[in-house]
Design a protein. Structure first.
Length: 581
């Protein structure tokens, strides 16, 4: 007969178990970590809890909790740590209530004592124990007088009940009506009553899938405003939004997206009356190009403001797209309104299917540094069409590049995950006679770039260069509607070697033949322009030994670009033999 194996300690007498526990506690008290003051241990616990909290919205100003209770393991290490954690009220100040965690939220509220609270309530669907859940909701609503952060993702009626309470310490308020009713006009905008208008500490407001009374005085004290997914039936227009933010003098961060109705937009490019936002440090705009152009031409932004512009446009391009590009050319080009420190000195171009992304930096960066640096400008254009397989016309993308402010770019990075190639014509007009461009990282087919490096004959007509791209040359909207671009190859430029300041080229994995590279670099060296460094990335096969030796004759240095960004000579000391496949 088999007997179940039981825990030996379970058979011990109660007095023996108590003695064992006391011995273990005495041992723990003798360890060095137990000699720390309780205040230090409490501070460490709070930092661990904060590490498990992840900001849910841009600029790190909203509070989210992806793993809000994982730090609880600290209370299960030993008796001393548990006593410290339970008596540290600040540890329990972040209260998260969901449809299943109502018991945890109620216990955390009790242990928080009288410290300021961060309350997050997310109720999706109908709770199983609805009476218990809403009982805790009622208790939390009664604690708004000591609430510092409040995030609500609850039905409309619950949101209205919370807004009726006084919250003098509330600094951040996030509202997401979930699910939003099918008929929003039945509920109307969220009205902040007189008690809510006394939220003198409120500085950050986030609205998602709901509408508010835009004339409320509550907005005037904000520094951060986040608006997304406002229903079309709410009737919010770009002009309404501009009028609302004009009453927020200290606004530092503005994020909005998918919040405008589909009315026809008229963009006044010569508007003399624009709203000044002198303190704005970050702008995130996610909308169609019509509303984006309307917004940009309605405001005046400071030079240091970082821009994240995500626009949706027709696959064939629209006039408002070129209005946005013209605005960017004015802002980041050479003008009296914007000083030289606003120039884009490092640029990253990325093409993925129908998305085209440009990231611009005011600093001179390398390929590795760009990955970890926050851009001054991030422009993403998504070209949409009713049929997914319709490609973006090359004329649109060429005009897109030629009209962009590239005259002061020093480092350029081009990456594509599609078969799109920048034509030689576009290379020449966009970058060819940039007197500052020194380094190019190219992770696409390099043939068209090297075609653009070929010096121009003095007796050739410069207009013949456009024959490589007749579509672009014959496009009537390319030259006049693109703002400051113009034609770079003039008669005076015929004696200049294209890319004359270019000293470094780094090639990616799509290099399959180096013979044409050798011919071009020889031609340039004959005109007195010698490339200093030609680097091959780690995922790119090195050329045969004979080609490498010839490249060395026309390039000052040939090497391999390592993952750390440095170049290695050892990797080419023993290049693969000519007979290798």
């Amino acid at each position: 007969m088999q007997h179940a194996v039981t825990n030996p300690s379970a058979r011990e007498a109660p007095e023996n178990v108590t003695l064992t526990l006391e011995m273990k506690r005495a041992w723990n008290l003798a360890t060095p970590v137990s000699r720390l003051h309780q205040e230090i241990v409490s501070s460490i616990f709070c930092m661990v809890r904060d590490d498990y909290s992840m900001p849910a919205l841009p600029d790190n100003w909203d509070v989210g909790h992806c793993s809000a209770t994982r730090w609880i393991a600290l209370t299960q290490v030993c008796h001393g740590w548990r006593e410290i954690a339970i008596n540290t009220s600040l540890l329990w100040s972040d209260i998260v209530l969901t449809s299943t965690s109502y018991k945890w939220a109620e216990e955390a509220l009790r242990r928080s004592k009288r410290c300021l609270l961060s309350i997050i309530i997310v109720l999706e669907g109908r709770p199983v124990n609805i009476h218990a859940v809403f009982g805790v909701v009622h208790k939390l609503k009664g604690q708004l007088d000591r609430c510092r952060i409040l995030r609500l993702q609850v039905p409309y009626v619950v949101t209205k009940a919370f807004l009726k309470s006084d919250a003098p310490h509330l600094e951040q308020l996030s509202i997401a009506v979930d699910p939003f009713p099918q008929d929003p006009s039945r509920y109307g905008p969220l009205i902040f009553p007189e008690a809510a208008r006394q939220m003198n500490s409120l500085r950050r407001l986030s609205l998602n899938s709901c509408q508010i009374d835009w004339i409320t005085t509550l907005l005037t004290r904000l520094t951060h405003l986040y608006i997304f997914d406002i229903p079309i039936s709410a009737g919010l227009t770009c002009n309404n939004l501009v009028a609302a933010i004009s009453k927020i003098p200290a606004l530092e961060s503005l994020s909005f997206g998918q919040c405008f109705n589909m009315e026809d937009i008229t963009v006044d490019l010569s508007a003399t009356t624009r709203i000044q936002l002198p303190h704005l440090k970050c702008l995130l705009a996610n909308c169609d190009v019509d509303n984006m152009a309307c917004f940009l031409y309605s405001v005046i932004l400071p030079p240091f403001c970082r821009l994240r512009l995500w626009a949706i446009d027709d696959v064939n391009g629209t006039p408002h797209l070129y209005s946005v590009l013209s605005w960017l050319s004015t802002r980041f080009g050479s003008s009296d309104d914007f000083p030289g420190e606003n120039h884009l000195r490092s640029l990253s171009l990325f093409r993925f299917q129908e998305e085209f992304t440009i990231k611009g930096f005011s600093e001179i960066l390398s390929h590795e540094e760009i990955k970890n640096t926050r851009p001054l400008l991030e422009l993403l254009i998504f070209f949409q069409h009713q049929e997914c397989d319709v490609p973006v016309p090359r004329t649109v993308l060429n005009s897109f590049l030629i009209s962009f402010p590239l005259s002061h770019t020093i480092f350029l990075e081009v990456t594509t995950d599609s078969d799109f190639e920048i034509p030689e014509y576009t290379w020449g007009k966009a970058f060819g006679f940039n007197p500052f461009l020194q380094s190019i990282f190219l992770d696409t087919d390099p043939r068209t770039l090297f075609d653009a490096l070929i010096p121009i004959d003095d007796d050739s007509e410069t207009d013949d260069d456009s024959d490589d791209d007749p579509e672009t040359d014959n496009d009537p909207e390319n030259a006049d509607d693109l703002g400051t671009a113009g034609d770079s190859r003039t008669a005076d430029d015929s004696e200049t070697v294209p890319f004359s300041a270019l000293s470094t080229i780094i090639l990616g994995s799509k290099v399959v033949d180096c013979s044409f590279i050798l011919d071009v670099l020889r031609d340039r060296s004959e005109h007195g322009v010698r490339l200093q460094r030609l680097l091959f990335s780690e995922n790119c096969d090195l050329p045969p030994a004979s080609v490498l030796s010839q490249l060395q004759e026309v390039v000052s240095y040939v090497g391999r670009q390592t993952s750390s960004g440095s170049a290695s000579v050892r990797s080419i000391q023993n290049p693969r033999d000519d007979n290798e496949a």
